[in-house]
Design a binder for this molecule. Sequence first.
Ligand code: NAD
Ligand code: WQD
Length: 340
Amino acid sequence: MTTKKILVTGGAGYIGSHTCVALLQAGYEVLVLDNFSNSKAESLRRVETISGKKVPLVQADVRDREALRDVFRQHSIAGVIHFAGLKAVGESVAEPLKYYDNNVSGSVALAQVMAEFGVQVLVFSSSATVYGDPAQLPIREDFPLSATNPYGGSKLMVEQIYGDLAASDATWQIALLRYFNPVGAHSSGTIGEDPNGLPNNLMPFVSQVAVGRREFLNVWGDDYATIDGTGVRDYIHVMDLAEGHVRALAWLQNQSGAHVFNLGTGRGFSVLEMVKAFELASNKPVPYRISPRRPGDVAAVYADASKAERELGWKAVRDINAMCQDAWHWQKQNPVGYPD
Ligand code: NAD
Ligand code: WQD
């Protein structure tokens, strides 16, 4: 790479902002493109404070090809990390076109404009959701894929599109990263996950109960075939995930084609184990009630994360205590998230 400037689409969001910190720490320059449909520019100001470096920002939609062209014309971009997307599973069922347009059309527009400018290093945010209800655990990258909702469908389609693209032209260098369940926050507690309204995901909900914003947690089902009957997931610290992107980007320099990696810890924890760990880390009670299963949920999901370790030389190192402590640190310092 002659330049080390990385375009980060969706860089103001939860995983994007943490990845900007990791990129800047690793000596890259970043340029963020975000339409703020699910984030605030304040996250990037805080990334600047953490890193002591500038985070230039373009407010635009990734589907806007002209805006993308301006970015590539004005900057010498070495590679792209593409986070920009919508991620609420329930909303995707109610508004599938919104999800296919934003996530699939946005990913196509981005790759087209990258091709026009000869920038072909691309890291894409995929998800463990592409494994559907896995027949076996831990989940390896070569397991069968399926979508159980339009959000998952959009991720599968983009994987397919980027795979076809790499197969058509060997000068593409693409990493498709399948995240398991990202949680936690930067250890400064100044950036973190800031969901709009009622959180869909477990850990932000638990944090909001601990900080007193919500009365209790609904535990969706205690009759799964798991250690205590509650759902088991592979929670991964968002800074480990962020560092995984930096590793993938460096690794891509000597590769061609599209390559899939699970980014998880390889360990599963139940809902009740996470609640207990959070109570310990925060020293706050997290009252909960057992409620019926959430439609579409599966009993257990955790990664075989050995391919990323073997090939990228990356491994998650932060444990659930660190995940809970850092999530709590962020929540306590920012009880209502980023200011408007
Ligand atoms: P997030 O909503 O915090 O971040 C996404 C960012 O993209 C936001 O800043 C949003 O404003 C921006 N964005 C959305 N659509 C855009 C568009 N059309 N143009 C420009 N910007 C746009 O979500 P996150 O948790 O940081 O997730 C980042 C990516 O990782 C997403 O693609 C998501 O699907 C994927 N992912 C997330 C998880 C998770 O549990 N958080 C798990 C697996 C995969
Ligand atoms: C985890 C566990 C719930 C909330 C989702 C998406 C997936 C990916 C990550 C983007 C499950 C239980 C949850 C609550 C609960 N996103 N739970 N009470 O469902 O594994 O994955 O986010 O790609 O695509 O589907 O994560 O955090 O919602 O749930 O008991 O209030 O916590 O039943 O067992 P999930 P989650």
